[in-house]
Design a binder for this molecule. Structure first.
Ligand SMILES: [Zn+2]
Ligand SMILES: [Zn+2]
Length: 260
């Protein structure tokens, strides 16, 4: 059974031309999971799957560039032709329901029942980062990253033994090296061009060299670099990561599917 990873958006905090922010599809033959749901990614998602058929959505953290298309998806699920559809489990980090609810309260005041803004479209649940989570045939584990808010990397494993790691946003690879050990694919950001004056404990993003070092030290099979500003030169990002990792390196491009 093949594990497939599809990029729906690989931009940093603002969509790049033709590409939204963070959202990725992970699928095997029976299960479809959406990792993050950043702005301007639903349009790409609809090219690959019927959004009504998503088995679960997992959110790494509640920064806007990782959640805003939940709003548009909600309208599709509630008001789309033939709807409303059964709520999709929306797995949020600890504390995430309060954040999502605050957003729903604001938006739901526009002629709807604000208390129920999300409830018809999503089943809101918070994952326990210390436990594994089974979604259909896939198993997900979590590891805390170093970021400006509570954020979790995710390791998705298929029954055949394939696994991939989505690193979300992180400013430090040290706690995550073992977590990615031997994965078939590591999806790592490389949003920081350099660290400037930032002390290590203040960093919320890593550089291309860090992404390469992470891939190398975790002995993954391939590296996909994502969460990049449009202004960054992709060739330069790959060159810099390749100084630390001698396996295959790609830059996330919208619509791209990798097989793990
Ligand atoms: Zn973030
Ligand atoms: Zn981000």
């Amino acid at each position: 059974m093949t594990l497939r990873f599809t990029v729906l958006g690989g931009s940093a905090a603002v969509p790049n031309p033709g590409q939204g922010c963070s959202a990725y599809l992970v699928r095997d033959d029976t299960t479809t999971v959406l990792l993050d749901c950043g702005p301007d990614t639903l349009l790409e998602l609809r090219k690959h799957v019927d959004f009504r058929g998503i088995d679960a959505i997992l959110i790494s953290h509640c920064h806007a560039d990782h959640i805003l298309d939940l709003v548009t998806l909600r309208y599709g699920l509630v008001y789309g032709p033939g709807g409303p559809y059964p709520p999709i489990p929306l797995w949020l980090p600890p504390g995430g329901i309060a954040i999502i609810d605050a957003l729903g309260q604001a938006l739901g005041s526009q002629g709807e029942d604000s208390a129920d803004f999300w409830r018809e479209s999503f089943e809101l649940v918070e994952y326990d980062p210390s436990a594994s989570l089974d979604i259909g045939s896939l198993t997900v584990r979590f590891a805390a990253t170093q970021h400006f808010t509570e954020c979790y990397a995710m390791r998705v494993s298929a029954p055949g033994g394939q696994s991939l790691v989505y690193g979300a946003d992180t400013g430090n690879i040290e706690p995550l090296v073992g977590f990615a050990e031997g994965a078939g694919l590591l999806v790592a950001e490389a949003t920081a061009d350099d660290y400037g004056e930032l002390m290590p404990e203040k960093r919320g993003h890593i550089t291309p060299e860090d992404a390469g070092a992470w891939a190398s030290r975790a002995r993954v099979e391939r590296l996909l670099i994502t969460h990049l500003w449009h202004e960054r030169d992709p060739a330069s990002v790959v060159r810099r990561a390749a100084t630390r990792f001698d396996g295959p390196i790609d830059i996330a491009s919208v619509g791209q599917t990798l097989y793990v």
